[in-house]
Design a protein around this ligand. Structure first.
Ligand code: SF4
Length: 258
């Protein structure tokens, strides 16, 4: 089966544990106003690869995965958009005993969700905003899609990290962070850590190149130190749920490496 790939990063250290190969899949149903890869949103672009090519390329780095606790991460764009291709590639990777993480916002080919979650060792869930109206303005879709995926995640048995891009004026206050936590509270007992990623302006030139309007031109970059303080704050809230893990299972609390 052929899939469309936006880009590939080898030796990645940020999108999941250990050393990883990251396949950024083409296509995304969202339009986040802070997206730094707007060229990844359209589904008909990107390099075509078969799922076997994904597996063959990943296998070249297996020694690095095995010694570092790493593996392969599918990111995007939104990897769930190419659900059937993703499933085929994941099956090949699992047959080769490679750890697979999915970096997703929870939107995409809904018919593939169950199988992706059954195959994935780890989900990195990107949560955008907590309010329906702002979500629609900021991301271009209803937050209900996230709620559907959160419901699915209640049955997920693998490791789970949550990530949030903090944009000044949108979520850089305690009320917003509390509300974000409320949103993910139903699965809090499964979450190992929450990462707050500070908004930056690095994607601005891509908007110029694509002739797109960049709505956050006047928005300041998020101060990483303040983002870190919020990250500590929200992870403290999460700590209260560690003792409530399903079946008494104790997953390690992993402090953010950022
Ligand atoms: S989900 Fe990611 S790729 Fe899609 S629009 Fe948002 S930031 Fe861009």
């Amino acid at each position: 089966m052929l899939g469309r790939i936006h880009s590939i990063e080898t030796m990645g250290m940020l999108d999941g544990p250990g050393i990883r190969t990251i396949f950024f899949l083409q296509g995304c149903p969202l339009q986040c106003i802070y997206c730094h890869n707007p060229d990844s949103q359209k589904c008909d672009r990107g390099q075509q690869m078969t799922s076997s090519e994904i597996v063959a390329m990943s296998l070249k780095y297996k020694e690095y995965y095995d010694t570092s606790g790493g593996g392969v991460t599918f990111s995007g764009g939104e990897p769930l958009v190419q659900g059937p291709f993703l499933i085929e590639a994941m099956k090949g990777l699992k047959a080769s005993e490679i750890h697979v993480a999915i970096d997703t916002s929870g939107y995409g080919h809904a018919g593939s969700f169950d199988q992706v979650l059954a195959l994935a060792d780890m989900i990195l869930l990107d949560i955008k905003h907590f309010d329906e109206q702002v979500h629609q303005q900021m991301i271009g879709v209803s937050i209900k899609g996230l709620d559907i995926f959160l419901e699915k995640l209640k049955q997920f048995k693998g490791r789970l990290w949550v990530r949030h891009v903090m944009v000044p004026g949108y979520t850089d206050d305690t009320y917003s962070v509390d509300q974000l936590f409320e949103r993910i509270k139903p699965i809090a007992h499964r979450i190992e850590k929450i990462e707050i990623l500070p908004f930056h302006q690095l994607g601005i030139d891509k908007y110029k190149d694509l002739g797109l309007q960049y709505k956050l031109r006047e928005t300041s970059e998020m101060n990483p130190d303040i983002a870190k303080e919020f990250e500590i704050y929200i992870n403290q809230k999460l700590k209260g749920y560690i003792t409530k893990r399903v079946g008494g299972e104790q997953l390690p609390f992993v402090a953010s490496s950022k």
